[in-house]
Design a protein around this ligand. Structure first.
Ligand code: DX5
Ligand code: ZN
Length: 221
């Protein structure tokens, strides 16, 4: 039984990013980097140059969440910048081609679904992706309230993943704190992305430990 804790830099101090990341490094498993293009979501964040800069400061696994309309255009730039995985949204289309492209580039491949998107479109992708991200808020902003009804989808995906006996990880993102992490873990989530509950409650390493404890508790039920 394992859980992965992935702090989201969206809630970190962007003026001090390397210092912020150093503070989570010892207790976190992955670093979640939210990429937004102002089209797929109504917000703008960072891209490959920031990933490349951060890569010079840490060897953490970079889990890049691409909330962009045209991810195909940027995948090789993310790979060259030091991304370990990229996750594209099912809602942008051409998912199978994108997954293939990510794998050919040597990236771990993830597919995300928004809260209102049914699981149907990702069921047949389970054996071919490394990561399935179920959004537990509407993408675009940190600090939103967790949508618990989405956990039904987490359960369906986890059951199918276990039935197939594949290594695909089920990730949740948005409104994750120790309480919701435990609920999500009980539903079958394995990777826990958290922005506000880590970067707004220093010391960050302690916040990571609390999340891990809660997630482990939920997954043992
Ligand atoms: C939202 C992002 C999330 C966000 C989570 O679109 O995908 O990764 O940073 O932030 P919190 O944990 O504050 O909901
Ligand atoms: Zn995210």
């Amino acid at each position: 039984m394992s859980v992965w804790i992935a702090p989201s830099v969206l809630s970190a101090d962007f003026g001090n990013l390397a210092v912020e990341v150093a503070k989570v490094e010892s207790e976190a498993d992955w670093l979640h980097i939210d990429v937004m293009d102002g089209h797929f979501v109504p917000n703008l964040t960072v891209g490959p140059p920031v990933v490349a800069s951060l890569r010079r400061h840490t060897s953490m696994f970079f889990d890049c969440h691409l909330m962009v309309d045209n991810p195909a255009r940027y995948l090789s730039a993310f790979k060259n910048s030091g991304a370990d995985s990229c996750t594209v949204h099912l809602e942008v289309g051409d998912t199978a081609e994108l997954v293939d492209k990510m794998h050919k580039l040597g990236l771990k491949a993830g597919v995300a679904i928004n809260p209102e998107t049914p699981v149907d479109g990702v069921m047949n992708l389970i054996p071919s992706v490394d990561l399935l991200l179920v959004m537990t808020v509407h993408p675009g902003f940190a600090g939103q309230e967790f949508i618990s009804s989405v956990l039904e989808k987490v359960s369906v995906l986890r059951d199918e993943r276990d039935r197939l006996g594949v290594k695909t990880l089920i990730e949740v993102d948005g409104g994750i704190d120790p309480v919701t992490a435990e609920e999500a873990a009980r539903a079958g989530a394995q990777v826990f992305v958290a922005g506000t509950s880590i970067f707004s409650t220093p010391p960050y390493d302690e916040a990571c430990r609390r999340l891990r404890e809660a997630a482990l508790k939920g997954s043992s039920m």
